[in-house]
Design a protein around this ligand. Sequence first.
Ligand SMILES: Cc1ncc(COP(=O)(O)O)c(C=O)c1O
Length: 378
Amino acid sequence: MNRIPLLIPELPSVAELQPYLERIDAARWYSNFGPLCREFEGALAGMFIAKNAQPVRVTTVSSCTLGLELALRALDLAPGSQVLLPALTFVASATAVVRAGLVPVAADVDPQSWLLTPEIARAACARYPLAAILPVTTFGCPHEMDGWDRFSAECGLPVVIDAAGAFGNQWQTGRATLVFSLHATKSLAAGEGGVVVSRDEKLVARVRQLSNFGINLDPAAALPVGQVDVPGTNAKLSEYHAAVGLASLAKWPLLAGKARTLEERYRGLIDGVAGLGAVWQQRPAATLRTLLCIRVRSAALRAAIEADCAGAAIETRRWYLPLINQHKGFAGIETCGALPVAAALAADLIGLPFHGRLEAADLDRITGVLAQAARQQA
Ligand SMILES: Cc1ncc(COP(=O)(O)O)c(C=O)c1O
């Protein structure tokens, strides 16, 4: 029985990369905001501007984790200030907060969208002296930017969205800063890398400076060129990563179309499994998926699916577990109340294989195992 992997990243082939690599060879420029990096940033900015005709600034970084850290640092918050994030997220969201010298506070998520929403943040503001909010595009689900704009106007707090897996779903239609991941498993992949997108020109320039050791490269700035006011880090995107990013961008419409077709077929099959009680994350129509995570009727059924899939050589994953406050490394962080929704999701969510190599027979095999587990747990 062949194994069905959870994810198979589809990065550009050697042939697709070749023209970009030849340009690197010719220019002999390998990092430090070289021509491919700038072209990649320009192409990304163009995509965001095309979506809502607003000027945006884009700077690349070496990962989403560092992009988040630097975007938070660029806000110049007092050291030790509290930042609200969802309890159901990847550890990197909290890592970025801690590494920026700030303190994470974990919040619950919405039962339908599985997101930390402006309503949840508003309630948290009444209990904690928060300095910023870090919502997450959980499983690639975009945020409604107007809602966060209204929140910021009312509460006076900046919002940095961890949009790691939401490239192609989350557009820059508001004031919040967006940080995407270019990790191999993400919707737009460069192997490793990240992108910071904002309408705030100063914030993006600050992130860029901090990503280059904190060195000022702007002759118009008060600080002399070549000097550092605040120590930064090295979070630059290399020309090789920009090459992969550009080649990925060139095949983006093809990959997006494939993912859409797969989701439609898969969803029909899963919804047809009796007794599964599949609940889908509520997300805007036509959003892209790079992974598939559903909620099932009970924790017992989720455990049975995990065991039966393992027995049938089908890989599954329980993403974002344990909840952020349950990691040893973040054990001391405060939670905003009891987090009942995040805890229930943590028990019932199961990630299933989702990638372009899945054949009709694989989908039948996966849904067959789901049906068997649902029958056993009836
Ligand atoms: C929600 C979230 N934030 C941040 C990251 C980290 O992204 P990167 O690997 O680019 O640092 C991930 C990666 O999976 C993620 O899922």
